[in-house]
Every structure is written in structure tokens, then in C-alpha cells.
Design a binder for this molecule. Structure first.
Ligand code: SAJ
Length: 439
């Protein structure tokens, strides 16, 4: 099929689509395209996930507005079929790939899932079909690796046997469908006509800008937009430490700095978690083939914040006549983000390891994360200190008088600007906080 024909069939929705990888990126994408009137087959290697979806049940945890109902609707209408069999791609014109691309301990990308999916797709791909990678990858990956995997597995050349695109996602847990509809997307194509064909496809679900670019540009946009945010957060964290040492209030400094045009200091905190921000700077670095001192330094600053919280705790315990060794610490918040049940790369995990290495025992509370303690009194009673690691709404209204009455020592460390120091001190607490004067 020529690209012109493919584009026409994408525009009139007679083209057929496969989505490989039915996670928090692929599944909402499959549902939205199916709801737009395109015939979609969803493919995932996890049998239990495929069975759930085939029953019209959403396998994604957490509160995702509209997704369960939309999934039930498109599966019930037969617009979305699902299978574990990759050979189903032989019957479609476009294949979207949304499998995970984590980084190894040495920060290099782990492409095993992506390579397996791409090679499996290539082995069954219809001639002239378009493969679009939505997974976040290092700059240069589509041009230097994905194209080769497809050539080796399909026996044909890029631009003839198959076409290749990269359309990085901008989803957020809790807003999967909303972000897919409302956020601008980059249609990175192996040629300008491929980018135009991608626009014809995504126009059916994306109401925002669809900008055409080449493959590598699209890869750099995605990894750098998150590396940029990581650097912004690292600056806020470093400014907070200036305020702690010099004796100023970070939030006051931040508000005044942000009155200056073009400034936007973000919030300092107890660390940077989640599935995107901690990973994407390393993917950018890997693709740059040279060191990125600012990006790498920002990663180091943000990764140091859980230990910094620990140092504030050690100081506060000492001021209250205690010590870390043998202490019982109540840690409030395990999710990576306020109001979320997502605990991927949780900064609290790093704090727990830091405490354990110093002989302190910890109990963790979180009102949203599955499997975590929900009873605040049970976690805080008999504790030597409270550490607020996540700005969950309930932590903004702690009854410190009653919590303090059941604690062994009244020590509090606030890593997310949620506790009012005056209220804490009037309840008899020794308090330290990120971005507040340390003495
Ligand atoms: N964080 C701070 N200070 C801040 C902002 C965040 O310490 O000022 C911490 C959070 O506590 C969390 C981590 O950083 O642990 C990540 O927070 P995030 O607000 O960046 O949320 P994410 O990880 O869900 O980032 C997503 C990204 N979206 C996509 O990759 C599609 C990111 O590009 C968005 O900028 C971000 O959402 C957003 O703006 O909400």
C-alpha cells in the first residue's frame, strides 16, 4: 500500500490499527481509537490482562476517569478486540507499540521488551504498514535500532517494506484519557509523508496540536521535556538548602523570585519519583553520546533529597534528646505524588533504606497506596518522630495534639511544606522542614 493510500484510509477510518502493549499508555490509546470508529486489535503478552479486557474489565489500578466505562463500551461493541497473538498485526495497516522502556541500574536503557515486540511485529507485518513507537526511547533509537530490528525481522527495507514513526506519549496517572485528548503530540516520521499519515491517525483522538518532525527530533523532545522538569525541581531543591542554611523561608523566596518575569521556581521536596522524571534524563543522556553535566547533576541533587530528609530528622531527634539508632519513625506517605496510588520510584523507599542503615525502624502510612497502613494512630503511636514525605491532603490537617500525646517523642520533619511550624511548636513538637531555617 502506498503512503498516500494509507493516509486516505487513515483519514476515512477504513485503515485497521493494532496496539501492542496494553498498559497505562497502550490501553487508553486502543480505547480512544476504537471509540473514534477505527477497528482496533489490542495485543499484550500477559494472558490475564488480555482476559480481563476481553471481559470488558479495566486492569489499570487507580482512579482513571471514564476509562473503565469506555473500555466496556468499545469491547462490548466489538470495536476493540484483544489477543496475546502478535501475528494479528498481519491484518492491520498501522501498529502502535507502547511497551515499557525502563533503565538499568547503570542508567542505560533496557530495550528487551521493545526489541522483542518490534521483532515479533516485523515477522508478521503487512507490506507497506506503518509502525509507530509511543514508548519513550533515547534519541537515535528509532533510526539506529528499531528500523534495523524491523528490517531484520521483515526482510525488507524502511520506506518500502514498512514505514516508521515515533509519537511519544504525554500521559499522567489519573488523567490518562484527558491528557491523550488535550496534550499536543509530536508526529515524528521516517519521512514527511509518514508524519502526515500519523497526523491523519492521531487527529481522530487528539484535539491539540499535532506537530510533524523527524524521528530523532521527536525522541529528543520527549526525553528533554522531562529532563528539563528534573533540572527545574533540582534547582528548587538546591535553593531550599540555601534557605535552610542562610535562615530564610523557601516558599517566601520562591514566591518573590517568581514575580520576576520568566521565572518559575518549582517546589522543593523530599525527592523525585514516578515513572517518567527519574528515567527520562538518563535516556536523553544515553542518546547524547556525551556527558550532560547539568542533567546528571540535577539527577544527583534530586536523588540526594531523601537522605537530606534523614539528616533533618537526625538533627531534630538530637534537639529533642534522641538519636536515630533504636528510634521508631512514622513515615507519612509512600506514593510518588500527592493524591496518587502510584508508588513507582517512591522517594520514601530511599528514605526507608537510609533509616534502616542507621538502626532506625520505620512504619509507613499511606491513604492511597494499596497494601499500605491506613490507620494513622496505629502508625504514629509510640513513635519518636513523624516524617511527612508526600503532600497527601489528609496530612495538611494532622491533629498534632492527639498524635503527639501518643508518641514517645514529639519530633516532626516536613518534606512537603504541609505542616504549619507554629502549630507544630505549640503542640510541643521539635520541627525541621525542607526549605525552612535549620536553627
Ligand atoms: N516534584 C517535586 N517538585 C515539583 C514537582 C514535582 O518535588 O515542583 C516531584 C513529585 O513529588 C514527584 C516527582 O517530582 O515525586 C514527579 O512529579 P511530576 O509532577 O513531574 O509528575 P509526573 O512524574 O507524573 O510527571 C508527569 C510528566 N508527564 C509526562 O511524562 C507525560 C511530566 O512531563 C509533566 O510535566 C508532569 O506530569 C506534570 O506537569 O504534571
Amino acid at each position: 500500500m502506498s503512503l498516500e493510500t494509507l493516509r486516505a484510509r487513515l483519514e476515512d477510518k477504513t485503515a485497521k490499527l493494532a496496539v501492542v502493549g496494553l498498559g497505562y499508555v497502550g490501553l487508553p490509546a486502543a480505547c480512544l481509537f476504537a471509540a473514534s470508529g477505527i477497528e482496533v486489535v489490542g495485543i499484550d503478552r500477559k494472558e490475564d490482562r488480555v482476559r480481563s479486557i476481553a471481559r470488558g474489565e479495566c486492569p489499570i489500578e487507580g482512579d482513571e476517569p471514564e476509562l473503565p466505562a469506555l473500555l466496556a463500551q468499545v469491547v462490548g461493541a466489538g470495536a476493540l478486540a484483544v489477543t496475546t497473538d502478535l501475528s494479528a498485526v498481519s491484518r492491520v495497516d498501522v501498529v502502535i507499540v507502547a511497551v515499557d522502556t525502563p533503565v538499568e541500574a547503570d542508567h542505560s536503557p533496557r530495550y528487551s521488551a521493545l526489541e522483542a515486540a518490534i521483532r515479533g511485529i516485523g515477522a508478521h507485518l503487512a507490506v507497506g504498514a506503518l509502525v509507530i513507537v509511543e514508548s519513550t526511547v533515547s534519541p537515535g533509537t528509532c533510526r539506529d535500532h528499531v528500523a534495523r530490528w524491523l528490517t531484520e525481522s521483515s526482510g525488507g527495507a524502511l520506506g518500502e517494506r514498512f514505514h516508521l514513526g515515533h509519537c511519544p506519549e504525554r500521559v499522567m496517572p489519573g488523567r490518562l484519557l484527558a491528557n491523550m485528548r488535550e496534550m499536543a503530540r509530536v508526529c515524528g516520521g521516517s519521512s514527511p509523508p509518514v508524519s502526515e499519515a500519523m497526523r491523519a491517525l492521531y487527529r481522530h483522538v487528539v484535539a491539540a496540536d499535532l506537530d510533524c518532525a523527524d524521528l530523532t527530533t521527536a525522541e529528543i523532545v520527549k526525553t528533554s521535556e522531562n529532563a528539563y522538569r528534573d533540572v527545574q525541581i533540582a534547582f528548587a531543591n538546591e535553593l531550599a538548602r540555601v534557605c535552610e542554611e542562610a535562615g530564610a523561608e523557601f516558599l517566601e523566596v520562591r514566591a518573590l523570585v517568581n514575580k520576576s518575569p520568566g521565572r518559575n521556581v518549582l517546589l522543593a521536596g523530599g525527592g523525585v519519583g514516578g515513572h517518567c522524571i527519574p528515567k527520562d534524563p538518563w535516556l536523553l543522556r544515553h542518546g547524547a553520546r556525551t556527558s550532560l553535566p547539568l542533567v546528571e547533576a540535577a539527577r544527583a541533587v534530586n536523588e540526594s533529597m531523601p537522605a537530606h530528609v534523614g539528616e533533618l530528622l537526625e538533627e531534630a531527634l538530637a534537639a529533642a534528646g534522641g538519636a536515630l539508632a533504636g528510634s521508631r519513625i512514622a513515615v507519612l506517605g509512600y506514593a510518588y505524588l500527592e493524591g496518587s496510588d502510584d508508588d513507582r520510584n517512591s522517594p520514601t523507599e530511599a528514605l526507608l533504606a537510609w533509616l534502616d542503615a542507621r538502626g532506625a525502624s520505620a512504619r509507613v502510612h499511606d491513604p492511597f497506596v494499596a497494601g499500605r497502613e491506613r490507620d494513622l494512630a496505629a502508625v504514629t503511636s509510640d513513635a519518636d518522630a513523624l516524617v511527612v514525605m508526600v503532600a497527601h491532603a489528609p496530612y495538611r490537617a494532622l491533629d498534632l495534639e492527639s498524635l503527639g500525646a501518643a508518641m514517645r517523642r514529639r519530633v516532626l520533619v516536613d518534606a512537603r511544606h504541609v505542616v504549619e511550624p507554629i502549630a507544630a511548636r505549640s503542640a510541643g513538637f521539635v520541627i525541621r522542614a525542607i526549605g525552612r531555617p535549620r536553627r
